[in-house]
Ligand binder design. Structure first.
Ligand SMILES: NC(=O)N[C@@H](CC(=O)O)C(=O)O
Ligand SMILES: [Zn+2]
Ligand SMILES: [Zn+2]
Length: 432
């Protein structure tokens, strides 16, 4: 099957044709079986999300591997990493294999289950990391996301064990003793709203601690949903001063919502804006954008967190934290980073595809749009605008913070190893 994609602009640069055959980008475009007119569209390498919550098993009322995969493909993604706070927890081979197998059956994106660091995310007993790494799911990222690995000795052992597995530890940086009952960013807005504060130091102290532990262990540490200017400073301090054992690597992600939204969103107490870590003041949001633009923050990750209506349609203090993110991530990056001149499309490819693929060690994602490379790509219309309606998104849940908002950029087609997963903004049928 040979597909000719006409007049597309790779990385937003000069229009050219791309040719796909047997899952690879090839040179010879003669006698195509299919021709797609891509006038005006920008081609990017398929996006890679290091931080997605698919909720299956156990939370299927909010999302499943199937619905989350559809949302991912519709958002331009060709690979996602599914976080372990499922029920049962992804802390054993049998559970990670279920998620891995479901992802392959659905076949819309590569689904990589993230293994838990501790049993049941309880923070006390290391999970079977080696068995999850050895399983067909080949787990290479471990996290207790939703929770922080608070105990420094457990975190040290996890980093040492991950090093021996050539795996990454992704930390949800939140010292739980500093965030007891916390509802929103600790600052004037939370004080005025009467919401218990979530101090920036709860994140920053864990980032500093874990960077030191990882440097001493020669291990790879990834900071989940980094949310403050102070944490950017800690990254810089760690990279410049720590005397690290070989093998040390320190990376960090920022979410689209922390690039765009601020703590004032809590005014009106709509729990759709309740998220962990909480939305921060504008000074932090702007610092995160700058850090992403200049590479101090390596990549964007969605922290796509679907919640059933009853988990959000309630009083702020009892609502579950988290927001949908897969289908609105690239539009929000376009709005906050491209429209502001902070990134060009090559920069967008770096932070949404190349860097996450490199951090996760994926060999066939985040590759250049060049002959011989796997055809994992997305074609987007950067001039389009659309109005976000939670009910129209592919996820079962509808908890988008952008309800009724006009966002730029639409994802038109997405291709996974040469097979369309999205065509004209709709999930493509499987038969091709
Ligand atoms: N981010 C959130 O507010 N919620 C996430 C958990 C997490 O990422 O900490 C979830 O799983 O709902
Ligand atoms: Zn988290
Ligand atoms: Zn998360």
């Amino acid at each position: 099957m040979k597909t000719l994609i006409r007049n597309v602009r790779p990385y937003g640069e000069d229009a050219t044709d791309l040719v796909v055959e047997d899952g690879l980008l090839v040179r010879d475009g003669t006698d195509p079986d299919e021709t797609v007119d891509a006038d005006g569209l920008v081609a990017l390498p398929g996006l890679v999300d290091l931080h997605t919550h698919l909720r299956e098993p156990g939370g299927e009322e909010a999302e499943t591997v199937a619905t989350g995969s559809a949302a991912a493909a519709l958002g331009g993604y060709t690979a996602v990493f599914a976080m372990p706070n499922t029920n049962p927890t992804q802390d054993s081979p049998v559970v990670v294999e279920h998620v891995w197998r479901r992802g392959r059956e659905v076949g819309l994106v590569d689904v990589h289950p993230v293994g838990a660091v501790t049993v049941g995310l309880g923070g006390e007993k290391l999970a079977e990391m080696g068995m999850m790494a050895a399983s067909p799911a080949a787990v290479r990222m471990f996290s207790d996301d939703g929770r922080c690995v608070n105990d420094p000795l457990i975190m040290r052992r996890a980093l040492e064990y991950a090093r021996s597995l050539d795996a990454l530890v992704a930390q949800h940086a939140e010292d739980h003793r500093l965030t007891v009952g916390a509802q929103a960013h600790e600052g004037p807005v939370a004080a005025r709203l009467g919401l218990t504060g979530w101090p920036a130091t709860a994140e920053e102290s864990i980032v500093a601690r874990d960077a030191m532990l990882a440097a001493a262990a020669g291990a790879r540490l990834h900071v989940c949903h980094l949310s403050t200017a102070g944490s950017v400073g800690v990254l810089r301090w760690a990279r410049e001063t720590l005397d690290a054992r070989p093998g040390f690597a320190l990376s960090a992600e920022v979410t689209p919502h922390h690039l765009l939204l601020t703590d004032t969103a809590a005014e009106g107490y709509d729990p759709v804006h309740k998220v962990n870590p909480p939305l921060r003041p504008e000074a932090d949001t702007l610092a995160l954008r700058r850090a992403l633009a200049d590479g101090e923050i390596d990549c964007v990750a969605t922290d796509h967190a679907p919640h059933a209506v009853e988990a959000k349609d309630c009083e702020w203090s009892v609502a579950r934290p988290g927001m949908l993110g897969l289908q609105t991530a690239l539009p929000v990056v376009a709005l906050t980073m491209v429209r502001t001149g902070l990134l060009d499309w090559r920069g967008v490819a770096r932070v949404t595809s190349e860097a996450p693929a490199r951090i996760a060690g994926l060999p066939d994602q985040g590759r250049p749009l060049a002959v011989g490379e796997p055809a994992n790509l997305t074609l987007v219309d950067p001039e389009a605008t659309w109005t976000v309606r939670g009910a129209e998104l592919a996820s079962i849940a509808e908890n988008t913070p952008y309800e009724g908002t006009d966002l730029p950029l639409s994802v038109v087609h997405t291709m996974l190893r040469g097979r369309w997963t999205v065509r004209d903004g709709k999930v493509a049928p499987r038969e091709q």
